[in-house]
Design a protein around this ligand. Structure first.
Ligand code: C5P
Length: 227
């Protein structure tokens, strides 16, 4: 069995990370949540007051980019990798609606993308990696052996995200989540640098009516055919 590269892209809250984590575990591959990296840079920018609802000081963020250190470290309790920003565990902080509402603005900046894509390529250079995001099949790993493009109706996606945040004890409204999901997709699909589009050679899976298990089996079969 040769190790391959698996790129999973798609709209927000399509369950990309859930299936990517499951795949990585069952294959013994590395899982990388590229969205967490964009969220961590956004959190940094928020703390420095470089970005807010009606402003974005890209010049100052660009100047400080080299001082942002990103790493993933295994969380022994969950078995997943947590996001670290300059040595601090920010796994929970990056998942708030505040970060979700600003991340697409920060992720549209080419200087930010350049830095993160270079780290992502480096992590995946030995294959045996499952990475999920928006531009993994189109930019980061253009030669990935398996590219998946995940989709689901906006309502299905917002419901999933709403439940996730409620389970984490966050005080959010369904309408605010729905709005965020739709607006983030719009910004991510229309930006100039690396917009969210299905790679020509990606296999599209709409999971609105699939169980987790069904979806996992479909993708595992595709992996087996390629490795
Ligand atoms: O995957 P997640 O929803 O956590 O991603 C958060 C945001 O990060 C996306 O809405 C998008 O703006 C940005 N992103 C990106 N490219 C990636 C991964 C995420 O632009 N590869």
């Amino acid at each position: 069995n040769k190790k391959i590269t698996i790129a999973i892209d798609g709209f927000s809250s399509t369950g990309k990370s859930t299936v990517a984590k499951e795949l990585a575990k069952s294959l013994g591959y590395i899982y990388v949540d590229s969205g967490a990296m964009y969220r961590a840079v956004t959190l940094f920018a928020m703390k420095q007051n470089f970005v807010g609802a009606d402003f974005f000081d890209l010049a100052s963020l660009s100047e400080k980019l080299s001082s942002i250190d990103l790493s993933f470290e295994l969380n022994k309790d969950t078995g997943n990798a947590d996001m670290y920003l300059n040595g601090m565990n920010v796994e929970n902080e990056i998942r708030t609606l505040e970060v979700s509402n600003l991340v697409s603005k920060v992720a549209a900046a080419s200087v930010v993308r350049k830095k993160l894509v270079s780290i992502q390529k480096d992590i995946g250079k030995n294959k045996g990696v499952v990475m999920d995001g928006r531009d993994i099949g189109t930019v980061v790993f253009t030669d990935a052996e398996l590219k998946i493009f995940m989709n689901a109706s906006a309502d299905t996606r917002a419901k999933r995200r709403y439940k996730e945040l409620l389970d984490k004890g966050q005080d959010v409204s369904y309408d605010a989540i729905y709005e965020n999901v739709v607006e983030r997709d719009r910004l991510d699909s229309t930006r100039k640098d690396s917009p969210l589009v299905r790679a020509e050679d990606a296999i599209e899976i709409d999971n609105s009516n699939l169980t987790r298990e069904e979806q996992f089996e479909i993708i595992l079969k595709l992996v087996k055919e390629r490795s």
